[in-house]
Design a protein around this ligand. Structure first.
Ligand SMILES: [Zn+2]
Ligand SMILES: [Zn+2]
Length: 280
């Protein structure tokens, strides 16, 4: 399969290299499509999202690269949007401001009703996950995981985006300590979200980052979830959520093999300004 990646972060958000370095590496790896998806601004102190004042530079720089490298690769502008009810802007605000080509919707920060604390489920440290679970949800894992999937459902119901990012990342720092993903209550939550994803025709991203960063022993989503996704005929795409050029196709070869073994025949790619099927 000709490789591509629609989920990448540069120095504009929490990535570690300039956009052009990603383009050069993508061309070196013979990619035909590369999308930049900085974390869209969130209205709070944080160390991961692009700042509002950088949005103009971001759009301009990616547009220039698109032009400069048009003979070698297709380049697209996107955002990975956070959805936090009552806190984040409607996705359409920054989408139209930066004329993005497609959008990724993700939940990294989980809200407990009207409470002020947010549970940060991502990042390198398991201690952050544990502390957030305690501070935001009093350690009630069922309530916390339910809030995570409900936030995803609300995002699907209220926001305009095409790809759902790392769907079951909530399991990453759990590592079988608080719950097992096979438990019925967890399966019910997952099934509810998958039904909604199917209904709204959202593409599920198969995200390799947890594995190559050695934070997770499985893909997002995991094999059992991918089996359901195939049965439900939900479209998928493959990404590495790269934060540096060297990660652009990390664990892709293995993932393609896994997807083929599961019976998937193609993934969705954004090509010539539209969603197309690409045979695995
Ligand atoms: Zn993310
Ligand atoms: Zn990301």
């Amino acid at each position: 399969m000709k490789l591509f990646n629609l989920h990448t972060h540069t120095l504009y958000s929490d990535g570690k290299a300039k956009p052009e370095d990603f383009v050069k590496e993508a061309i070196r790896q013979n990619f035909d499509v590369l999308g930049f998806s900085e974390h869209a601004p969130v209205p709070m102190e944080n160390g991961f999202a692009i700042e509002e004042k950088q949005l103009g530079d971001y759009s301009r720089e990616i547009a220039q690269l698109k032009e400069k490298y048009r003979e070698s690769i297709e380049i697209y502008t996107s955002f990975e949007f956070d959805y936090i009810p009552g806190i984040t802007q409607d996705f359409s605000v920054y989408a139209s401001q930066c004329h993005i080509d497609y959008a990724i919707g993700s939940v990294h920060l989980v809200k407990n009703g009207s409470g002020n604390h947010l549970w940060f489920i991502d990042g390198p440290r398991v201690e952050t996950y544990d502390a957030g679970l305690k501070n935001t949800f009093g350690g009630n894992i069922k309530k916390a995981v339910k809030a995570y999937y409900q936030q995803i459902n609300e995002m699907i119901n209220t926001q305009d985006f095409q790809i759902i990012g790392h769907l079951d990342k909530i399991k990453m720092h759990n590592k079988g300590r608080y719950f097992e993903t096979g438990e019925p209550w967890y399966q019910d939550l997952l099934n509810e979200s998958l039904a909604l994803i199917r209904e709204k025709n959202i593409i599920v991203e198969v995200n390799t980052r947890g594995i190559y960063k050695r934070r997770s022993d499985s893909l997002f989503p995991g094999i059992d979830v991918l089996e359901k996704i195939r049965e439900m005929k939900i479209p998928i795409t493959i990404s590495s959520d790269a934060h540096k050029p060297a990660d652009l196709s990390a664990y892709f070869a293995e993932t393609i093999k896994i997807l083929k073994n599961l019976g998937f025949q193609s993934v969705k790619c954004f090509r010539k300004d539209q969603w197309t099927e690409r045979a695995l």
